[in-house]
Design a protein around this ligand. Structure first.
Ligand SMILES: [Zn+2]
Length: 65
């Protein structure tokens, strides 16, 4: 059985599109994909949520470091 969460997991090399910090959120939109750090993900969530197909939130990893 395939683990779909593993294929979408963000890596250290994935960077926030706004500030360049390590990305913890991947936002799948109809027109493409955005990466956000925890801060900018939360800052843009209300605005993007209506047009978001899938919101992958990996910010819980911050607490496991
Ligand atoms: Zn950011």
């Amino acid at each position: 059985m395939e683990n779909t969460t593993e294929t979408t997991k963000l890596l250290v090399s994935d960077r926030c599109d706004v500030c360049g910090a390590q990305a913890y959120m991947r936002v799948q939109l109809a027109g493409g994909e955005l990466l956000f750090c925890a801060h900018h993900g939360n800052a843009n969530k209300a605005k993007l949520e209506p047009i978001t197909l899938e919101w992958h939130d990996q910010s819980s990893d911050l607490n496991q470091a």
